[in-house]
Design a protein around this ligand. Structure first.
Ligand SMILES: [Zn+2]
Length: 193
């Protein structure tokens, strides 16, 4: 029996390979860690002290009384936002009862709004507690709300560690903010309890 024919590796892949390039230079800030706060103090925290007049620029979608919603700068999918307390607090068990309630109700509102705007097939909700658990900004608790579509975890993120996000963040913010119902804090006729 003859041995199988062996082809030399030279020449593979062909000189003009057919890989698609997805250029995402903005992600270097994330990969290189420059976007990480220098310490855990509120003064260094990207989630603290956002002035209401900067909501559009800073991608704040909605404000409640104790909590607010902001787009994720490095989304897994279009519409990926976070609900979080205004207060600089790292642990879920340290939320006040009012913060706990509003975090939950704003998460429900986020699901309704994203559903109305983007019609996803499902959601991932979650909080990473501590850097070891995957929290990018561990010092300031935030709940991820990630819309999911069938096939959105295809070969691209799994094999290439890249994620195509088809809509610019400013456009996502505008669509979600427009669909978000007014909160009690924004209604002059209703005092927050
Ligand atoms: Zn903070």
């Amino acid at each position: 029996m003859s041995s199988p024919e062996v082809f030399p590796a030279a020449g593979y892949p062909p000189p003009g390979d057919d890989l698609q390039r997805l250029w995402t230079p903005h992600r270097m800030v994330y990969i290189g860690g420059q976007a990480k706060p220098k310490d855990d103090a509120p003064a260094s925290c990207p989630f603290c002290g956002i002035a209401p007049e900067d909501d559009e620029l800073r991608l704040v979608v909605a404000r409640g009384v104790t909590c607010y919603a902001i787009l994720n700068l490095y989304p897994y999918n279009s519409g990926h936002l976070m609900v979080l307390p205004f207060r600089h607090v790292s642990s879920y068990v340290d939320l006040t009862p009012q913060e706990t309630t509003e975090l939950a109700t704003m998460t429900q509102t986020a699901i309704r709004v994203i559903t109305a705007v983007y019609r996803p097939a499902g959601f991932n909700l979650g909080m990473n507690q501590g850097e070891v658990a995957g929290a990018g900004i561990a010092a300031h608790l935030h709940q991820h709300v990630v819309p999911r579509w069938l096939g959105d975890a295809n070969f691209l993120p799994i094999v290439a560690r890249a994620k195509a996000v088809p809509e610019l963040l400013a456009d996502t913010r505008a669509r979600l903010a427009a669909a978000w119902p007014p909160s009690p804090s924004q209604d002059p006729h209703e005092e927050p309890s």
